[in-house]
Design a protein around this ligand. Structure first.
Ligand code: NAD
Length: 372
């Protein structure tokens, strides 16, 4: 059993799918591990650190040659992994809806591609969930990015020269990223409020010491669909939410938006008119910018200014914390493969529930129901 950890080639991708820690653990399971030279450099991991744990360091073609499993953060181009065993697994965040042509190419080449972002939200798979591990870091970094762009301090400071007022931070969308953003903004000393469409989050917001800002008395709002994800809301709800946000947002210094709906473009939460109502110098961070954006005027990969308000649209925010993001991503992959490791076969054997959820190609075909 040969596991290959390849270098990420996508622009701006600094993470790596394996660390010396996971190399050591894969070796202990009985696998051979090859790491592409330089794979960990942008996440502060030297080739020698992998080698010290028993990995072979090689160029791309030697790394993937004869591999049974290829681990990536993002899906590699199929041409760059030719030489892997027929039927080899490609395990990564494959972004299958957007990168559909690549998925088709894996099928045509006979690889079995496993999309880690399709991991079901069940208790036993929590430690394998790349969306959670990476969103948590993104929520933290979003607040630091806001603090960096903000020309004022976050905490209240009482000094001999007078008092500095605390920043008011508003978090929109309280999933994994939003909860971490609340906690981080609190730690920095901001006055924090937050909102979501899922009513279950109200208690979570309050338990972190933040103020919950919620639409009340609109019919049929639970906001929660399958797997704990949000559903699209009624027109009536959206109008009530927009009114509530309008009055609240004008008083905020920092807004972090994280709202996503699986398989749909991100919901639009902040309009240009609402941005114009904010004080100059305020900062908005749109963590949903890669899914179309929660904020009107947000630009992917840029910090832009509208009405004196900065709108931050960084790409691939987890990659901005590449060392920690890689460590957690690599553990997600190890936790997944080791949970299914079959000692006799010296290979992972998936069960139906998880296998059917994450397998996108097999036997030359695209097999994922979500891609039909
Ligand atoms: P997500 O990334 O899909 O969305 C982020 C947040 O935006 C969600 O809380 C969502 O409700 C919210 N949102 C959507 N539309 C909105 C709107 N119009 N206005 C305001 N907010 C809006 O969500 P997530 O971070 O993946 O987490 C969703 C839930 O799943 C959480 O309760 C989380 O704890 C749970 N979860 C469970 C597992 C597991 O059991 N394995 C793993 C991860 C997450």
């Amino acid at each position: 059993m040969k596991i290959a950890i390849i270098k990420e080639l996508a622009e701006g991708e600094r993470r790596v799918a394996g660390t010396p820690e996971t190399v050591k653990k894969f070796k202990a399971l009985g696998a051979d591990v090859a790491v592409e030279a330089g794979a960990g450099l942008s996440a502060a991991i030297a080739d020698a650190d992998y080698a010290a744990m028993g990995a072979t360091i090689a160029d791309r073609s030697a790394t993937v040659a004869g591999a049974d499993i290829i681990l990536g953060v993002q899906g590699p181009d199929v041409a760059s992994i030719s030489g892997a065993k027929p039927g080899a697994w490609v395990v990564a965040g494959l972004n299958p809806f957007v990168e559909r042509a690549r998925v088709d190419a894996y099928a045509a080449a006979g690889y079995e591609a496993l999309a880690m972002e399709f991991m079901p939200r069940i208790t036993r798979a929590q430690s394998m969930d790349i969306l959670s591990s990476q969103s948590n870091l993104a929520g933290y970094k979003a607040v630091l990015d806001a603090a960096y762009e903000y020309g004022r301090a976050f905490p209240m400071m009482m000094t001999a020269a007078g008092t500095v007022s605390p920043a008011k931070a508003f978090i929109m969308g309280v999933g994994v990223a939003g909860l971490q953003a609340i906690a981080t903004a609190k730690r920095l000393g901001a006055q924090v409020s937050a909102t979501d469409v899922r009513s279950a989050t109200k208690e979570q917001i309050e338990s972190l010491g933040a103020k919950a800002v919620f639409v009340e008395n609109v019919a049929g709002i639970e906001g929660e669909g399958t797997g704990g994800y949000a559903t699209e809301m009624s027109a009536e709800y959206q109008k009530a939410q927009a009114d509530l946000v309008s009055s609240h947002i004008a008083k905020q210094d920092i807004v972090i938006t994280t709202a996503l709906i699986p398989g749909k473009p991100a919901p639009r939460l902040i309009t240009d008119t609402q941005i114009a109502s904010m004080k100059p110098g305020s900062v908005i961070v749109d963590l949903a910018v890669e899914q179309g954006g929660n904020v009107e005027g947000a630009v992917l990969g840029q910090v832009v200014e509208r009405h004196g308000v900065k709108i931050v649209g960084h790409k691939n925010v987890p990659s901005r914390l590449a060392a920690d993001a890689s460590a957690l991503f690599a553990r997600n992959l190890y936790n997944f493969l080791s949970a299914f490791w079959n000692k006799e076969q010296n290979a992972p054997v998936l069960d139906e529930e998880i296998g059917n959820a994450i397998r996108v190609t097999q036997g030359g075909k695209v097999v994922s129901e979500r891609l039909q």
